[in-house]
Design a protein around this ligand. Structure first.
Ligand SMILES: Cc1cc2nc3c(=O)[nH]c(=O)nc-3n(C[C@H](O)[C@H](O)[C@H](O)COP(=O)(O)OP(=O)(O)OC[C@H]3O[C@@H](n4cnc5c(N)ncnc54)[C@H](O)[C@@H]3O)c2cc1C
Length: 474
């Protein structure tokens, strides 16, 4: 008989959280800590969403999205999770760029970027300072019409090398392009520049295990392998429950950590919203997806220091189409040393490229396998420049594509970073359409990535708390 993953669940909760990405996990934790009954439903067998890992024979562990996040994670984890979690966050010091325009290594913070822009790129010191101050001063309420391209033109006209230095890492971090609003660039770039790039020592498995322990301690009812099929809404447009694994569970509020568009158009259904809102939701553009190649070296075999993050490109200048193309000319390598998981003797490399879902979804099964193999081969050949004897050292190699990300997270088109900017407004307005329905998860570029997702999970909790308190008082 099939296992009942909802066995023992209650018939009603204050809050149902759909999805255990970092936003969903954080919302569940805060609301349970505040005393609400919380049910967390995750269709996968593992918590974490995109913040995930997998294991392979021979003791290999691969992290998917542990390349780096801003220092703000320390404060958010301390406040909304535990001191222990915050204490494992450490800085990555070696960010490298290797491309036809320049070769350099940096600590990726304002001080070092200022030095590089002035000494290596020969930009006027006052321009550099004005640029950083402008980016730092940007916020959500600023002019949203100005694009990142216009921002760069204002400060660094005709300087494709400077644009590449400033933009390439952010494009990898959240999929944003030169045509996106400048504020999305300014906010995310400044978050990184404040102190550099950070990682979680011990790996994603340790982080998610610690988060799970904390959720259990706070009384969250956690259910894996539970797919929510419907969010139930009554005639007064209020959330009343969910249908999960074919079973109804009642609730007063739902926080959906699932993709914004699938929440509105599939889980709730467009008939439950104002027409204009549905049109707005349909017009929201998804962000791009990714391919990755996971490379584990033989036990105990290593490589000389290569930096922590390496932005490699063979392309002349910053070019988003080239970065998304299946004819890969740009890759970001994350080098993981044994210190990533103290006590381990393993060296691992993960290569990431931005990718279009349609390029992979349209392939036959046979072509799909052939092209994944080609991606692995070309990645190893490229990596040979930095680790000359990589071919002899490899113990395990495999690739993931946008189809993989769609399969595991149910994000339409395997979107790695949620939606483009316009998704933020739709996400925030959801509760005005349906009482008790909230969304927390990667949207609008600003609210994506580990830090953005955690912080959006926090913001939404305030609204849920207000709603529950008001509804109880009535
Ligand atoms: C290849 C890659 C590399 C990345 N690298 C970095 C990085 O280095 N630094 C960084 O900060 N960010 C990185 N990111 C982005 C970051 O991982 C994500 O922005 C963030 O983890 C997303 O969190 P989230 O809360 O939006 O939810 P998600 O992680 O998208 O999780 C949503 C969850 O909802 C579940 N779900 C969906 N529908 C249902 C349903 N109907 N029923 C039940 N469950 C459902 C899914 O299974 C999933 O677990 C990377 C992303 C990718 C893909």
């Amino acid at each position: 008989m099939a296992k009942d993953f909802l066995k023992g669940a209650k018939s009603d909760y204050d809050v149902v959280v759909i999805g255990s990405g970092l936003a969903g996990l954080t919302s569940a934790n805060i609301l349970a800590r505040a005393g609400y009954s919380v049910l967390l439903l995750e269709h996968h067998y593992q918590l974490g969403g995109m913040a995930t890992w997998f294991k392979r024979a021979g003791g290999h562990i691969f992290d998917i999205s542990l390349h780096g996040f801003p220092m703000g994670m320390i404060k958010s984890c301390r406040k909304y999770w535990t001191q222990e979690i915050a204490d494992s966050i450490v800085q990555l010091k070696g960010v490298r760029f290797e491309n036809p325009q320049f070769s350099l290594e940096t600590t990726f913070n304002r001080e070092d970027f200022t030095r590089l822009l002035i000494e290596k790129f020969r930009v006027e010191p006052t321009t550099v300072q004005r640029f950083f101050d402008t980016a730092r001063g940007m916020n959500f309420f600023d002019d949203q019409g100005k694009t990142t391209r216009e921002l760069f033109e204002e400060f660094f006209p005709g300087r494709s090398d400077v644009v590449r230095l400033l933009m390439e890492p952010i494009t990898y971090a959240n999929g944003s392009t030169l045509e996106d609003p400048a504020i999305t660039y300014g906010i995310v770039f400044s978050n990184f520049m404040s102190k550099g790039v950070f990682t979680f020592e011990g790996g994603t498995d340790k982080l998610v295990t610690q988060m799970r322990d904390e959720l259990e301690k706070n009384g969250v009812d956690i259910r894996i392998r539970t797919l929510v099929e419907k969010i139930e809404v009554d005639a007064n447009r209020r959330v009343t429950g969910v249908i999960v694994n074919g079973q109804r569970i009642g609730c007063r509020t739902v926080i959906s950590n699932a993709n914004l568009k699938s929440t509105i158009l599939e889980l709730v259904g467009e008939q439950n919203f104002d027409k204009a809102f549905v049109e707005e939701a349909k017009a929201v553009r998804l962000n791009n997806s990714s391919c990755q190649v996971y490379i584990a070296l033989k036990p105990g075999v290593g490589f000389d220091y290569c930096g922590d993050l390496l932005f490699h490109s063979e392309h002349q200048g910053f070019d988003i189409d080239a970065m998304l193309s299946k004819h890969v000319s740009s890759r970001t390598f994350s080098f993981y040393y044994p210190s990533t998981r103290p006590g381990s003797d393993r060296f691992v490399v993960v290569s990431s490229t931005n990718a279009n879902f349609k390029d992979w979804a349209s392939l036959s099964d046979e072509d799909y396998e052939v092209q994944k193999k080609e991606l692995c081969d070309s990645t190893l050949n490229c990596l040979q420049r930095y680790i000359p004897d990589i071919h002899e050292k490899v113990d395990h190699i495999e690739a993931s594509t946008p189809k993989t990300f769609q399969h595991y997270t149910r994000h339409w088109n395997g979107a790695s970073f949620g939606t483009k900017f316009e998704g933020l407004k739709v996400s925030k307005e959801l509760p005005q359409q349906i009482g008790g329905l909230f969304h927390a998860g990667s949207v609008g570029i600003i609210m994506s990535g580990w830090l953005g997702a955690v912080n959006y999970g926090v913001i939404v909790c305030n609204d849920v708390d207000k709603y529950l308190t008001t509804a109880t008082a009535k």
